[in-house]
Ligand binder design. Structure first.
Ligand SMILES: [Zn+2]
Ligand SMILES: [Zn+2]
Ligand SMILES: [Zn+2]
Length: 244
């Protein structure tokens, strides 16, 4: 890569750091799609474990924390405006109503006070309810996926761009699991990342007979492909929906 004005780029990273850099970029990209991202403590082939909760019926992101909602007007206090919940207390003996941090009834002195969080808008009772989806569903599902990240910069030979990326693939990467995926992180000469999301079975389909080739068997397979259109891998560009 040309180094304009001595600005540092990803080409200045060591191979090891570049590989970590790719994992970070993939992690943040995944988080845009609602995935929580984890690093395995020890594993040779899985770089990331990802996880999310979604509505079973419509696929929207699911919130596992309960909602604080007014029973009467439906106002949701869960995320903000908690200061607008009025701390109302009702005396269990004389039914006198008070606001604030009281420990006994201002009228009869009873300590039998009932907490009554109250909506500042309409005076209705605020209650804690389990989240339900905008579509009305009360069912969610938990998804787990494992991801192997491979990263490549544009290949250069004798200082000249070959306009290709290169990814090393080995038989041991072929984890036979429908929930395992490859994400290839390809960094162009503008330091901009491009992501290919490839399910293992689809990788095998595209590889076809070269999976049986001697070089693949001997861990010497290297997928070179165009940095302009990603060659035979272009169908996987930004296909994060394949993880769903
Ligand atoms: Zn839904
Ligand atoms: Zn209300
Ligand atoms: Zn009282």
């Amino acid at each position: 890569m040309k180094n304009k004005e001595n600005k540092k780029t990803t080409t200045d990273l060591s191979a090891k750091h570049f590989s970590r850099y790719g994992e970070f970029l993939v992690s943040f990209e995944l988080s845009k799609y609602g995935w929580n991202v984890y690093n395995p403590v020890y594993d040779e082939y899985i770089d990331l474990i990802i996880h999310k909760h979604v509505c079973k019926d419509c696929g929207r992101k699911w919130n596992l924390t309960p909602a604080l909602v007014c029973k009467k007007c439906g106002k949701d206090f869960s995320k903000t405006q908690k200061n607008k919940i009025i701390a109302k207390k009702i005396c269990g003996d004389c039914k006198y109503e008070m606001v604030g941090n009281k420990t006994k009834c201002e009228k009869c002195g009873s300590k039998n006070l009932i907490n009554c969080p109250t909506c500042g808008e309409c005076g209705g009772e605020v209650e804690m309810i389990d989240h339900s989806c905008e579509c009305g569903s009360k069912n969610y599902t938990t998804k787990f996926r494992s991801v192997q990240v491979k990263s490549s910069r544009i290949e250069y030979k004798n200082g000249r761009s070959k306009n290709t990326y290169a990814v090393d693939m080995k038989p041991r990467d072929l984890i036979k699991d429908e929930f395992h995926f490859y994400v290839w992180c390809l960094i162009d000469d503008e330091d901009k990342p491009h992501f290919l999301v490839i399910p293992v079975e689809e990788f095998k389909r595209v590889m076809g007979d070269s999976l049986k080739g001697i070089s693949f068997f001997k861990d010497q397979d290297r997928q070179h492909f165009s940095a302009k259109d990603f060659g035979k891998w272009k169908e996987f560009l930004n296909k994060f929906d394949k993880l769903e």
